[in-house]
Design a protein around this ligand. Sequence first.
Ligand code: SF4
Length: 199
Amino acid sequence: MYRSNEDRTEHSASFHQALYQRLMSHAVKEDPNAGFLAEMIASWIAGEGALPRFMGLEKDAYDAMLETFFPGMSPLDAGDRNDIEPERGPELEDVKALLLTHRNNSTDAELWVAQIVASGCMGSDHLWSDLGLFSRKNLGIMLKHNFTALAVLNDKNMRWKKFFYRQLCAKEGFIMCRSPSCETCSEYKACFAEDGMFD
Ligand code: SF4
């Protein structure tokens, strides 16, 4: 059957939403991570965002994550998503380590979220969009929920990926900025967002 581009876009959006609703109907209610993961999984399956195979997790961890947060859900796999280039492995591990150094130690889900977020940082769009989250605000809330000590350090509303890399550079004693002050820097709009992070 012929479908116009508009029809295809509409079909894909309704598939995306239907999948999200199906995930949420299985979601455990106790942990807000279920909602964030449902957004990311639905986007990933619908071919949106930049998450790689199994959302950056090992297959076993991916299956365990689905079973923990969406019990009874039939297996979901986005199939042919690419792997992250091996040469970016050290960078990914650095971002993951930064997150895990600040994890709340509340649940093992923090390990999965750290791996997924670090994998999303290998994308080239805004991090919330590469992760498949529905808004930047949700990214802020997810980070605060799992890595509170790190999230609250971003008190100037810096874009999250920039913020992570700035933290990593500062740790190594590098300075990534050409300007001594953000207020006078020509990169200001690239580094800071205008909308709120947590509300
Ligand atoms: S706005 Fe300029 S000085 Fe501030 S973090 Fe960005 S690049 Fe660095």
